[in-house]
Design a protein around this ligand. Structure first.
Ligand code: FES
Ligand SMILES: [Fe+2]
Length: 347
């Protein structure tokens, strides 16, 4: 039996923008991100704007990311061929006179620097007619924290995990949910266009450490979980009047079983931002480590058994919707029809 014989929830949405790295990560040295299994070299061209090429020299296939940037041109580390931002080879050391006569080039990927990330369009040599997702700006009184990490799981499993409520009372018991008595709440799910959103109505403040830190006085939570194509997971909480958390995770499918999570966390509470950050960070890190460990084991199990065998219930709210949207996007189909559902669950 081959490892990938059975079904795995893997979609390759190539005609889409993905956050390859944070703006500050790309300096003088070229970087080598992988997106959807494709090795890419990122570098800053003339004027400092980013460029993205296939990470394979046209000459003898050496990774261009081993080279260096010279005056905004990318120089291969093997024989020194030099490329401009469009991927055209503009200099062959030692070759007299005709470097530009024969066209030599490597594929170029559309690239943008926006909202503090370098975004790469995963299809080469095309002009996309849309731009990358726009991150919500940090309004006055908000603190922003950004973190990027990689998990060993499919994009779909990572997205489902980021937007899944039932596991929080179990895998993260006591940290967030699962510390108090169960409560019955309403769930409203809406799918339209490029997104699906779940709204949780009547949820009391979670009784775990994180909930208590955020809103010691209790109160009712306004809670939305959103998936936006191609790979954005957004969780929004409002606790009482003054506490607002908006966690936008830009997921990048590195390889079939490897996903980079770029989280932009915006929050406002009645306490000073740096103080909240100090208390919340260790709890958030523990929650993340529990998720990352489980995603890895889930992914290993699916591969060991030759494929996924999933059984779902109504309270697996968004997983199936995310999958259907990803598959439509992979096939280049227009946005799905609007769809709604409402039901009750216990949290
Ligand atoms: S392999 Fe790049 S210059 Fe020869
Ligand atoms: Fe989790």
């Amino acid at each position: 039996m081959t490892e990938l014989e059975g079904r795995h929830s893997i979609a390759h949405v190539r005609r889409a923008w993905y956050a390859a790295c944070g703006s500050r990560e790309l300096g003088e040295q070229p970087l080598a991100p992988t997106i959807l299994g494709t090795p890419i070299v990122l570098f800053r061209g003339a004027g400092g704007s980013p460029a993205a090429l296939l990470d394979r020299c046209a000459h003898r296939n050496a990774p261009l990311s081993l080279g260096r940037t010279v005056h905004g041109e990318l120089e291969c580390g093997y024989h020194g061929w030099r490329y401009d931002e469009s991927g055209t080879c503009i200099n062959v050391p030692g070759l007299i006179g005709e470097a530009e006569k024969t066209p030599r080039a490597v594929p170029r990927f559309p690239v943008r620097e926006q909202d503090g990330y370098i975004w790469v369009y995963a299809e080469a040599n095309v002009e996309p007619d849309t731009g990358p997702f726009r991150l919500p700006p940090a309004a006055q009184g908000y603190t922003e924290v950004r973190r990027s990490v990689e998990v060993e799981s499919t994009l779909h499993a990572a997205l489902e995990n980021a937007l899944d409520v039932p596991h929080t009372a179990f895998l993260h018991k006591g940290l967030f949910r699962g510390a108090g008595a169960k409560q019955r709440i309403r769930v409203r799910v809406r799918r339209a266009g490029d997104r699906v959103e779940a709204e949780y109505i009547g949820e009391p403040r979670p009784e775990g450490i994180a909930g208590r830190l955020l809103s010691p006085s209790g109160g009712v939570v306004t809670h939305f979980d959103r998936f936006i194509l191609p790979s954005i997971a957004q969780v929004e909480y409002r606790l009482g009047e003054e506490n607002h958390f908006l966690i936008t995770t830009l997921c990048t499918p590195v390889e079939d079983f490897r996903t980079r999570l770029n989280a932009a966390i915006l929050f406002r509470t009645r306490f000073p931002g740096p103080l909240v950050r100090l208390f919340i960070e260790p709890v958030a890190r523990r929650i993340f480590n529990q998720d990352a460990a489980m995603l890895k084991r889930q992914s290993e199990a699916a591969r060991r058994f030759g494929g996924e065998h999933y059984m779902s219930t109504e309270i697996d709210v968004l997983g199936l919707q995310i999958w259907q949207l990803l598959k439509r996007a992979e096939r280049g189909e227009p946005p799905a029809d609007e769809w709604r559902r409402e039901f009750e669950m216990e949290v």
